[in-house]
Write a protein that binds this ligand. Structure first.
Ligand code: RFL
Ligand code: PHB
Length: 389
């Protein structure tokens, strides 16, 4: 088999890149380890930056998002009983969009299928060959048979546990990591959201987040211990704990119901450098992870896709490889800023097991500063809605 760009991973990064390339007549084949149903059963991100919206529009996949998504101009922050709102739109001129990653992925699959795009599911043993040559290839097993795709470029969009990052030799690759001493227990419930905007809550009992997918579907999270298992938490225990962490006005009107999904995500900051090796380019979670505080995971994946798509277009349309050569450097400049924001926002909002009385005072002072200082709120808003590409 032959294609121009072999894409490993059929999550949002791989599908978006494939669809964008298709709009410019550039061929790709997507290899996905799981089945489509499995990919569409994962509940992940919910808040989208304007940059991702623009990419989805360019890919021709934004109609349902514009019809069904919710534009949020701001967000509530609470600290115990005290709450305040930061108006993103007033500070930056830009709102954010609330529309689930699962729905974006569904829309991208529909677009690829309508365009006759090639996506091979349930592939095994994916390997990248000759990445530093002008003629790389990707081999894989499907239904017990080995196949090989010859291509011009390989896009590694296969997430944190994929093979692409591992294909960069250890003497070339440097990894930076911080693991946080807690996780997020999340539930999805078919109940109306407690508030029309998100609530990020800091409390003496730990962090909580009230989010949503639509008018009848809510997404809630609470900070939990890393040793907790989802089955340790009954729905009732979850709702009780959430209510203790948000201001009582909201706790009193919270509509509870059975969870339809319950999972625990560990929190991690991670970056690998460089994000390219010869003709292999990493995008999204394959190259970096952020803690979910601030919703930057999917949005940083989108900015990588933007830079790689732009660079591939320059190569195919103008025979110019400058942007491809600069890809890692360009993408990483924005990634590190999103890493900084997610790390800072996580530090501000969570209770740490080893937090000293001094650390707690510093956290409170920082929250108070944010609550009362317009410049601090503007900086927060600029980061939250997404730094420019
Ligand atoms: P994905 O979504 O992980 O997709 C990678 C795809 O590659 C496939 N794959 C392979 N395919 C072929 N061969 C292999 N060897 C392969 N190995 C893996 C996988 O099956 C998968 O389909 O990465 P991508 O596309 O870069 O997208 C990134 C986003 O998914 C991610 O940044 C966010 O979802 C992160 N994230 C969240 N971000 C937010 O902004 N807000 C959130 O609330 C939020 N919640 C989450 C999250 C990530 C989670 N993970 C990864 C555990 C909750 C969870 C549980
Ligand atoms: C979500 O809706 O899943 C969500 C929203 C905001 C975050 C993290 C997750 O910061």
């Amino acid at each position: 088999m032959k294609t121009q760009v072999a894409i490993i991973g059929g999550g949002p990064s791989g599908l978006l890149l494939s669809q964008l390339l298709h709009t410019r007549g550039i061929d790709s084949i997507v290899l996905e380890r799981q089945t489509k149903d499995y990919v569409l059963s994962r509940i992940r991100a919910g808040v989208l930056e304007q940059g991702l919206l623009t990419l989805l529009e360019e890919a021709g996949c934004a109609d349902r998002m514009h019809a069904e998504g919710f534009t949020h101009d701001g967000t509530l922050f609470s600290n115990g009983e005290d709450s305040y709102r930061i108006d993103f739109k007033a500070h930056t001129g830009t709102p954010v969009m609330v529309y689930g990653q699962t729905e974006i992925t569904r829309d991208l699959y529909a677009a690829r299928e309508a365009a006759g795009g090639q996506i091979v599911f349930s592939v095994e043993d994916v390997r990248i060959h000759d990445a530093t040559s002008d003629a790389p290839s990707v081999s894989y097993h499907s239904n017990g048979t080995e196949h090989r795709i010859h291509c011009d470029f390989v896009a590694g969009c296969d997430g944190f546990h994929g093979v692409s990052r591992q294909a960069i030799p250890l003497d070339v690759r440097t990894e930076y990591e911080k693991v946080y001493p807690f996780g997020w227990l999340g539930i999805l419930s078919e109940t109306p959201p407690v508030h029309h905007e998100l609530i990020y809550a800091n409390s003496d009992r730990g962090f909580a987040l009230c989010s949503m997918r639509n008018a009848q579907l809510s997404r809630y999270y609470i900070q939990c211990s890393l040793s907790d298992k989802p089955e340790d938490w009954t729905d009732d225990a979850f709702w009780q704990e959430l209510k203790r962490r948000i201001p009582s006005d909201y706790a009193d009107k919270l509509v509870t119901g059975p969870s339809i999904e319950k999972s625990i995500a560990p929190l991690r900051s991670f970056v690998t450098e460089p994000m390219q090796y010869g003709r292999l380019f990493l995008c999204g979670d394959a190259a970096h992870i952020v803690p979910p505080t601030g919703a930057k995971g999917l949005n940083t994946a989108a900015s990588d896709v933007h830079y790689l798509y732009t660079a591939l277009r320059a190569f195919y349309e103008r025979n110019n490889s400058d942007a491809l050569e600069a890809y890692s450097q360009t993408a990483l400049r924005r990634i590190w800023k999103a890493e900084r924001f997610s790390w800072w926002f996580s530090s501000l909002m969570h209770r740490y097991p080893d937090q000293s009385a001094f650390d707690l005072k510093m956290q409170r002072a920082e929250i108070d500063f944010l609550r009362s200082n317009t410049a601090a709120q503007k900086a927060m808003a600029e980061n939250y809605v997404g730094l420019p590409y």
